[in-house]
Every structure is written in structure tokens, then in C-alpha cells.
Ligand binder design. Sequence first.
Ligand SMILES: C[S@@+](CC[C@H](N)C(=O)[O-])C[C@H]1O[C@@H](n2cnc3c(N)ncnc32)[C@H](O)[C@@H]1O
Length: 291
Amino acid sequence: MIDIAAASALAETQIVSQPLALKPKEFATISALAREEFGLELGKGKEQLVAARVGKLMRKLGFTIFRDYYQHVQGDRTGEALVELIDALTTNHTSFFRERAHFDFLVHRVFAEQQAPGPIRIWSAASSTGEEPYTIALTAREHLGVQSPVLPRILATDISTRVLETARKGIYKANRFENGLSPWLRKHLLRGEGRWEGWYRMRPEILGMVEFRRVNLIEPLPDIGRFTLIFCRNVMIYFSRETREQLVNRLAACLEPGGYLFVGHSESLTGMQHGLQQIQPAIYQKRGGKK
Ligand SMILES: C[S@@+](CC[C@H](N)C(=O)[O-])C[C@H]1O[C@@H](n2cnc3c(N)ncnc32)[C@H](O)[C@@H]1O
């Protein structure tokens, strides 16, 4: 005997779990929107990937027809639909102490050459779920000491309100710390108990060093002042060469003379006009200030 309920549930699963086939016109529509809103380049060859990711998002939101979904995105005044779309199209992958050479440079060069009176200003542009800015804060507190007058103030920004929400909480699973929780790191974290067993929270003094804010890097930057150091890592890979060059110039304008820009190790600035001087792989310096 056929179990009708089970059979229809199965049929439904098959329909909804089928990958969405985006028509060339629909792919072009999504590509144009992503380029305009986030600077994202969804070049040729990305059709299947985009269809899979947009399809998954549509299913989650209960849409079966692309046109209906697109109207939903366009009609959404809160901006949340766009955030969900960018989250689906890009990766928020990040980790503590990612590309460690940057943190060695931070300690041995940036901290070493700072002089009082004020705190160092650092911007983590495209900070994702917060591991990057908190790594800066943890490193600074450990190497400069709690009383240091140059202890950094960190601005951490991202386009995605979803990742910013996670970042603000400063709560992470133990396995997010890839090289384990060394004793020095534990000093700066609160260990969860009971249902929070296996989780860690940044201590209030670490949370207090970081301010999170939404900034879209392809739009004119808000008035955020000047920085000694800007981390802009693993986001430019999504942008066209032209958008990258414009962004690097806008970031350079936000650097103090002698300040540094860190980019991802796979994001070369070779061939771009930017006026910064490369001093190590993925590390650039603005002329002026101290050498
Ligand atoms: C791969 S993560 C990089 C995180 C961190 N910088 C690192 O290197 O580990 C890329 C981040 O860029 C953000 N992003 C993508 N387009 C953006 C834009 N136009 N403006 C600001 N952030 C953007 C995404 O939301 C995502 O969180």
C-alpha cells in the first residue's frame, strides 16, 4: 500500500531541492544588482554557483519563481533582503590570527614604533564575524599591556548586518581558535558554563576596544577619520580591478602619513595606481611620517 502522505512529502522535497536553473536573463539581472549594490563581480562560469546559492535562499524564503523573489528584493525598504543576498553570494569565512604574518608585523613594527600620546586607530574593513578585529585587540592587550596609552581603538565594519550582529556578541566556539587556546589567550576570555560549555566570550575590556558599524566599501566612505593601520583583507577578491583600484585609493586617503594597509595575501595591488609603497607581501605603507 502506498503511504500517500509520505509520497507527497517526498515529491515536494524533490521539487524544492532541485537546483534552480537561472535563465541567462535572470543571471544577468542578479549580476547587475550585485555589481551595483556591493561591487561584486559574478563573471562568466559562475552561473551554476549563483543559481545554487540564490535557489537555496529562495527556498528558505518560500519563493519558487525568480521574478517574485527579485520583486521582494527590490521592494524591501529595510535592506535586509539585500544583506541576505550578499551573504548568499559571498563567503564570510574568517578565523582568529588568519594570515599570521600580519600580526607579527603589528607587534614588531606597528606597536614598536608607536609613541604616545594617543591610542592607535585601526580599521578592520570587511571584518565579517569579528575574529579579525578581536585578534587585533587580543594581540594589543597582550603585547602593549593594559596600561599602555597607545592601546588601539578599533573600528570594525562590514556590509552585512548579520555578521555584525554575531561579531558584536564576541562569543565563539572553542574550535574557532584554530591553534588552540593558549594560556595567554585564555586570560582575555570568559569560559562558558552549563549550556555554554565549549564556548568563550571576549572579556568586556576586549569588547570595549572594538566598535562595529555597517559600511559598504564601494560607496563613498562616511567620515570615519584617519587610521594608523587598515586591514582590508579577503574582500577585494570579489571586486573588479577598477573597483579595487578606487577602493585602495579611498583607503589610502584614510591612512595617516606613514600608516599601513594590509590586504589578503592573494590580493595583489600590482599594476594599480595608488601611491602606496609595498614593504612586504600584502603590506603597503603610505609615504611620509616615520620610516
Ligand atoms: C571572506 S570575509 C573576510 C573577513 C576578514 N577580513 C578576513 O580576512 O578573515 C569577506 C567579508 O566582506 C564582506 N563584504 C563583501 N562585500 C562588501 C562590501 N561591498 N563592503 C563591505 N564589506 C563587504 C562580506 O560581508 C564578508 O563578511
